[in-house]
Unconditional design. Structure first.
Lengths: 513, 334
């Protein structure tokens, strides 16, 4: 099977998951103690089961017996502990290390004060125990990410750049299987612990293939799955009856909106923020790329636990927007076009993103309530630096994709006051609300799904009303596959999960039908 | 002559140093953070900070500048081993003399290894494209000039106008659609595995660059040849009874070639820096895509390596052109 992407990867190592594309390859090569299934549920994988104790502070994982790494060695509890310590050691360029801060002993280990991670212990050959400082609802969702997945003994105890990837996943990488900047080819791991799987002989991931070239390849049958589209191509595929049965949208787990800096004028005034949230006609913004966008009214996307359709979300209400401007002290008369905020507000956006286009719509909509914005287009690295630096940017686009399918993955980094930093702040609106902080902290410790959902509902309502962001759209990707690709489902976490996919070569490519 | 060459080399070294230093300063002055680009847009501040320390970006600019030039050319063991942490990112040239451009922040591989991998591919594309440009441009320009104000001339001018006006991405995508997708004569993109595949993959990107360049050369050669064909020595040659072909090729073209060589040399030097758009369309894994991605990711070591290769290529080609003048026109040596 061959898939392609416009982007590239820079490492194939659970300890260095820095790219959006690499999780699908890590999923193919490395099995975890637990994993996500096709419905986004956490399921046992290398561990046949686990038990939670000590009021949610201890997790004991019971490993399957006889699991083999790609090099033929049997996987043991010591391998799990070694892999965890390798990934969290400060010498590893691991951008997700701090997600495992709840583990006992994390601080000392990361600071180099301890040689081993106290909170992870092997108990015999087939049992691993994780101990947490406090009950933490994010632990299992983050553990199911690829970061701590067991790696072969050849990886050693510390990260190196030259290691040949080797795990216990359904596919393995051959010695020259990765041609940097071009492609990764994985082949079936015959010793995979799930009998009969995978069905495919191998998968070839091509990189840096532009969208036009991908379409050419796909329609001529050289590519089996297509997920990078130019906007007109996507509309054509969706309208073509030959292709329509073989396409599906991805789960919606990305929120986009307009981040307003609550420490800078005029957005230090909550009424101005509410005016912006009410002035945006989200349907007009959606039309910028109608095939991929859906109107958003709350921070947690629909396919993430914590999304709540019963919430009173943000919505377009022009009269209310004018009223909020009046309450803010900047009344605007749409007939005479006088009044409004007297200064032009810089709006910093980056090139080649969707926001470069939605900004044009936004500027026109805000002008109707007396807010004038000046769109300043910068490159992406500059945008990230400006946005994360306190006091630098009053207004700009924000977007966030789930790390794990739980509301906390959105609410804590974007709106908790502990996410405010002088540099590299993820709370781009520098929004601080003590009640919200308390709710998010409470939700993190609450293991009861029903109670946690109620907490998220209250937390989201605060955010919606205080409007540090005006939420605009949820982005949803689309994947098209050839008619001969069988058993394929878009995975909510990894996009492509190939262990149960097979090809029926008796069927012709869609372009030839 | 030797004095002239030495003087040129000293000047070239200064130009390369100045270019590299300026790039270093500009790269540091930009309001962006390479550590953030490594960690990703959603990484937490503490993870970004740890990666910044790991990459040595928490040091002052002066320390980083001194470290870069101290490591750039130094003496080390004859053999470079991957497990030798002190020299793992070096390339041994001339025995114990090492060149070290550091490790890519993003790709986490030695920059010298990345450049060594990509440079031959870029050189292949650059030379192929330059040859196409020179051969077709000179041919079309000469035919146009020696048939001034005839149908051949008008067609050559029109074709060159179209070629110069069409951006390379239009030419590239059109060739890709027609030759690779519709006619299926050549691969859509890529680099291939065998020599035959390399050459097959080379045709379309070289042709894309070649068409654009040939159009420019056609105009250049035509103008130069028209001027030369109006000179007294041409009239004398014709009066002596030489054939039209001999006059054009042996006399006029030989005199017209100097400015063409100048442009060709500089063009080749620039192309070695990478043909960014063409490489992107055809997925040609050369220096252009490497350097543009490095810029987008603020990958300092790769940016510095790419600038060094490009600036050295340009100054080397400039010196080569200067020296070539001496052979083409001995009067310039006086």
């Amino acid at each position: 099977m061959t898939v392609a992407s416009f982007g590239d990867i820079r490492a194939i190592d659970p300890a260095n998951v820095g790219d959006g594309l690499v999780p699908q390859i890590l999923e193919a090569l490395f099995a975890g103690l637990i994993d996500y299934d096709h419905d986004g549920n956490i399921v046992a994988d290398l561990a046949e089961r686990w038990i939670t104790g000590d009021d949610g502070k201890t997790f004991r994982f019971f490993l399957r017996h006889g699991v083999r790494f790609h090099d033929g060695e049997e996987l043991s509890a010591d391998d799990v502990k070694r892999s965890v310590e390798r990934a969290l050691h400060p010498s590893a360029p691991n951008p997700y290390a701090s997600y495992f801060e709840p583990i006992v002993g994390y601080e000392d280990f990361v600071a180099g004060k301890a040689n081993e991670l106290e909170g992870v212990q092997a108990e015999g050959r087939y049992v691993v125990t994780f101990r947490l400082k406090n009950p933490d609802v994010t632990f299992l969702p983050t553990l199911a990410m690829p970061v701590l997945r067991p790696v072969c003994k050849s990886a050693g105890h510390r990260y190196t750049d030259t290691w040949q990837p080797c795990g216990a996943g359904p596919f393995k990488l051959e010695p020259k299987g990765w041609e940097h900047g071009r492609q990764v080819t994985v082949v079936r791991h015959d010793g995979y612990f799930k009998p009969g799987l995978p069905y495919l002989d191998g998968v070839r991931f091509l990189f840096r293939v532009n969208q036009t070239s991908q379409r050419f390849r796909f329609t001529s049958g050289e590519l089996d799955i297509l997920a990078d589209f130019l906007a007109p191509d996507l509309v054509k595929f969706q309208a073509d009856p030959r292709w329509k049965p073989f396409g599906a949208y991805h789960a919606e787990h990305q929120i986009a909106g307009e981040a307003m800096n609550t420490e800078m004028a005029p957005f230090d005034n909550v009424e101005v923020r509410r005016a912006v949230a009410a002035a945006i006609d989200r349907e007009q913004i959606r039309l910028v790329r109608a095939a991929n966008l859906r109107v958003a009214d709350q921070p947690v996307p629909p396919d993430v636990a914590g999304h709540d359709d019963s919430l009173r979300g943000q919505r377009f209400d022009y009269e209310a927007a004018l009223e909020h401007m009046k309450r803010a002290g900047y009344p605007y008369d749409p007939v005479t076009k006088t009044g409004g905020y007297p200064h032009v507000i810089p709006y910093v956006v980056y090139k080649q993103g969707l926001a470069e286009f939605t900004a044009q719509v936004l500027a026109q909509q805000l002008a109707r309530i007396g807010l004038r914005i000046e769109i300043r287009v910068v490159n992406y690295p500059t945008f990230l630096a400006i946005r994360g630096r306190r006091g630098q940017s009053a207004f700009g686009p924000g977007s966030w994709t789930q790390d794990y399918p739980e509301a906390q993955s959105f609410l804590e980094p974007l709106f908790h006051s502990k996410s405010i930093a002088g540099e590299d702040s993820n709370n781009w609106s520098y929004y601080k609300n003590l009640r919200l902080d308390a709710l998010l902290d409470q939700a993190k410790r609450e293991l009861d799904d029903r109670k946690r959902k109620a907490i998220y509902k209250e937390a989201q309502q605060i955010i919606i009303d205080d409007a540090p962001w005006a939420f605009t759209y949820y982005y949803r990707g689309y994947t098209q596959w050839q008619p001969y690709v069988r058993n394929y489902r878009v995975h909510p976490m990894w996009t492509h999960e190939m262990s149960r996919v097979w090809l029926d070569r008796a069927e012709r490519p869609g372009g030839a039908r | 002559m030797i004095q002239k060459v030495l003087g040129r080399l000293a000047w070239a070294a200064f130009v390369v140093w100045a270019t590299v230093s300026l790039t270093f300063l500009v790269n540091h002055a930009l309001p962006s953070d390479p550590a953030r680009m490594v960690a990703g847009a959603q990484a937490r501040p503490e993870d970004v900070e740890r990666i910044r320390r790991d990459l040595g970006l928490d040091q002052s600019m002066y320390v980083q500048y001194a470290r870069f030039f101290r490591r750039l050319i130094h003496v080390g063991p004859h053999d470079v081993r991957a497990d030798d942490s002190a020299h793992a990112t070096c390339a041994a040239v001339l025995g114990p003399v090492h060149v070290d451009l550091g490790r890519s922040y993003q790709l986490r591989r030695p920059v010298v290894a990345l450049i060594a991998e990509r440079f031959p591919r870029t050189l292949l594309l650059a030379v192929a494209a330059s040859l196409l440009q020179a051969v077709f441009g000179t041919l079309a320009g000469t035919i146009a000039a020696s048939n001034k104000r005839t149908l051949k001339d008008h067609l050559a001018v029109l074709a060159s106008l179209l070629g110069v006006s069409a951006p390379t991405f239009i030419i590239g995508l059109f060739l890709q659609w027609l030759v690779a997708y519709r006619l299926r004569l050549l691969p859509l993109d890529g680099y291939g595995e065998t020599l035959a595949e390399h050459l097959a993959c080379l045709v379309l990107p070289a042709l894309t660059l070649g068409i654009f360049g040939a159009a420019y050369y056609t105009r250049l050669v035509r103008d130069e040849m028209i001027w030369q064909l109006g000179q007294d020595y041409v009239r004398t040659a014709r009066a002596k009874g030489l054939s039209h072909l001999a006059v054009v090729v042996r006399h006029a073209l030989r005199n017209a070639v100097a400015p063409i060589v100048t442009v060709l040399g500089l063009e080749l030097g620039t192309l070695i820096g990478g043909a960014i758009v063409t490489e992107a369309i055809f997925r040609w894994p050369g220096l252009g895509s490497l350097s543009v991605n490095a810029m987008l990711d603020r990958d300092g070591p790769v940016i510095m390596g790419s600038v060094i290769v490009t600036s050295v290529s340009v100054v080397v080609m400039t010196i080569a052109v200067d020296l070539a003048y001496g052979f083409l026109d001995p009067r310039t040596l006086r």
